[in-house]
Write a protein of this length. Structure first.
Length: 367
């Protein structure tokens, strides 16, 4: 017989998972809290689901078990479906199995750095409800490589895991390739693909690594490790994706195309958050008071789609593109796929729309 605490967890799990309940009850409650506090509450709910015997099975049933016809092969990997969760949500690899039960085909953990770091001072996450947007300046806060590798050793059937890797704040750019290499080698056996994050605006100087020369050095070094690890372990190489900013010029995007093709990387994740604040509906004074950070959500929809289309056209479709940025509806996702993306990822849209968004996109893609 279920104890009262277990019954409570089952009810909470249902509330979180039910599309109507999330919009009508849970989201208004969560939005009463500071965004980072709300994030921790959601993690408590997801972890509660994982502790209930049969909890993940129940949630999977509520969200349509993923069907074989949804699967797609991208960069040599068989993805259960085209919808993933972007890095930054489950950065410490704590609830990726529960997220898989909600219908995600893949979850990207991280950004992971070699050494644990606290990130930037709080508050560092802000909502702009009028724009369906978030501003964050988290600063690669994570539990560190060793702890995250250990958590990823559990079985996770039916979902692929991406490892988003970065450098520690204290590491100078001249030695950034060392941090990326350390993360790559440690995570190689516990993730399905890698993402090189050189586009976050919240680590000082990081975006300078998007320039052609340092980018070539990092990606080429990782490909050497890729070949060595695959040969030693007698397994296939891991696809490597580059995550880029939406603020790059066309000339910089041309360099990205050239570097990806020369390095033999699998493709690009387009895009990260933007440092721009143009066209917002939110009160300008409020935005100014929030200050620095990366803007995500609906204001990014058109720009990220434009970057996807440019990269796909410029490269003649020679590498894979994962589209992310401003996906708040099934139509938003379909537009990114039409522009040239093979897969899409959610983050801010998941915060504002809840788990129902995943199901809506899956249904739209099948149709």
């Amino acid at each position: 017989m279920l104890k009262l605490q277990q019954v409570f967890k089952v009810v909470i799990a249902f509330v979180f998972s039910s599309p109507d309940m999330y919009q009508r009850l849970l989201k208004p409650l969560l939005f009463l809290f500071q965004p980072e506090t709300a994030h921790h509450i959601v993690f408590f709910l997801l972890e509660s689901i994982g502790r209930i015997p049969g909890g993940r099975w129940l949630i999977r049933k509520l969200h349509r078990p993923i069907q074989p016809k949804e699967a797609v092969t991208v960069a040599g990997l068989r993805f259960p479906n085209r919808i993933g969760l972007a890095a930054g949500f489950d950065k410490n690899a704590k609830v990726f199995r529960e997220l898989g039960a909600l219908g995600f085909g893949f979850v990207e953990i991280g950004t992971v750095t070699p050494v644990a770091q606290a990130g930037n001072p709080k508050p560092r996450l802000f909502r702009l409800p009028a724009d369906n947007a978030l501003i964050n300046r988290m600063g690669f806060n994570n539990d560190g490589l060793a702890a995250i590798v250990q958590r990823l050793k559990v079985d996770h059937p039916g979902i692929l895991i991406g490892g988003n890797i970065g450098k520690n704040k204290a590491t100078p750019n001249e030695r950034a390739d060392e941090d990326y290499g350390i993360c790559f080698n440690a995570l190689f056996e516990v993730v399905d693909y890698f993402v090189v994050n050189v586009s976050s605006p919240n680590t000082p100087g990081l975006r300078a690594l998007q320039e052609k020369k340092p980018l070539q050095e990092i990606l080429n070094k990782l490909q050497v490790f890729n070949n060595l690890k695959a040969s030693k372990l007698k397994i296939t190489k891991r696809p490597i994706f580059l995550k880029i900013a939406p603020d790059l010029t066309n000339e910089q995007l041309d360099d990205v195309v050239e570097v990806i093709l020369e390095s033999g990387c699998a493709g690009v994740i387009a895009t990260n958050t933007t440092i721009l604040r143009s066209g917002l509906k939110s009160d300008n004074q409020k935005v100014l008071e929030i200050g620095a950070g990366g803007l995500s959500g609906k204001p990014l929809t058109d720009r990220s789609t434009a970057v996807i289309r440019y990269l796909h056209t410029k490269s003649d479709g020679q590498f894979a593109i994962i589209g992310v940025g401003g996906i708040h509806s099934a139509q938003d996702a379909l537009e990114k796929l039409s522009a040239g993306a093979s897969l899409v990822q959610l983050y801010t849209g998941f915060v504002y729309e809840g788990p129902r968004l995943v199901t809506q996109i899956r249904k739209a893609i099948i149709r």
